[in-house]
Design a protein around this ligand. Structure first.
Ligand SMILES: [Zn+2]
Length: 137
């Protein structure tokens, strides 16, 4: 049995080495692709309980689509673009969680501006380009 266990250990080391080599230069996982993967798994779980064919088919397609997308993002070599996407996603989550502020994009330079919520009509001046614009907060 000793020969077998050392063979197994050797195999494990080979696989982990191959995996590390395969992932070299690739993006890997982050919050965004974990959420996409999770959504895909949930869609696939729900589809198990729905026997109405068109809905079942749609959910199955959706779940494969989402999981495929998550895998594509994980294996992507364009790490800069992927981290930008993740940053945008994290900013969006922050926006949605923040009940005390509203977020606007400056009409001139697209800079994101955060203002306190519930102040009525409000003249906002962009911190970057000093452009003034009026928004309801
Ligand atoms: Zn601006």
């Amino acid at each position: 049995m000793n020969g077998f266990s050392s063979w197994l250990r050797n195999l494990g080391a080979k696989i982990s080495y191959a995996l590390r080599r395969f992932m070299m230069g690739r993006y890997g996982t982050d919050k965004l692709n974990m959420v996409i993967l999770g959504a895909g798994l949930i869609a696939s779980l729900i589809s198990v309980f729905i026997h109405f064919m068109p809905v079942n088919l749609a959910l199955t397609t959706l779940s494969y689509g989402l999981m495929g997308w998550a895998i594509f993002l994980t294996l992507s070599r364009n790490t800069y673009k992927r981290s930008q996407e993740n940053r945008k996603y994290l900013m969006l989550v922050q926006r949605l969680k923040d009940r005390e502020h509203r977020y606007f994009d400056c009409p001139r330079c697209r800079q994101q501006v955060r203002v306190p919520r519930g102040k009525g009509k409000f003249a906002i001046s962009c911190p970057k380009c000093k452009e003034k614009f009026i928004k309801k907060t």
